[in-house]
Design a protein around this ligand. Structure first.
Ligand SMILES: [Zn+2]
Length: 95
């Protein structure tokens, strides 16, 4: 899975969740591929009612957007990470 974000060709705003129009000006966005490099902004350990715990991270991508994904164990705020291809949501590991 390639990490992607939307960019507004009119005002330049960027975001990660797909939308049909720019939230600032309404223009039709274009989908852009991210290199997947960024810095961890938040870390949470999720304990589901069934199954093993897992790590969720918010990452400030170098592209100027914040993305959510799974994180490798041991990540902390401020760590530099890279998104790895995965079948589902992106997985971030130390770069
Ligand atoms: Zn716009």
């Amino acid at each position: 899975m390639t990490l992607a974000y939307d960019e507004c060709p009119s005002c330049g705003r960027r975001w990660t969740l797909p939308r049909t129009g720019c939230p600032s000006c309404g223009a039709e966005p274009r989908r852009c591929a991210s290199a997947g490099l960024g810095t961890v902004a938040a870390v949470s350990v999720v304990h589901p009612s069934s199954g093993d715990p897992y790590v969720l991270v918010l990452v400030d991508l170098d592209d100027g957007v914040r993305a959510m994904g799974r994180g490798a164990p041991g990540l902390a705020v401020g760590h530099r990470v890279r998104a790895r291809p995965d079948a589902g949501i992106p997985t971030f590991r130390a770069d």
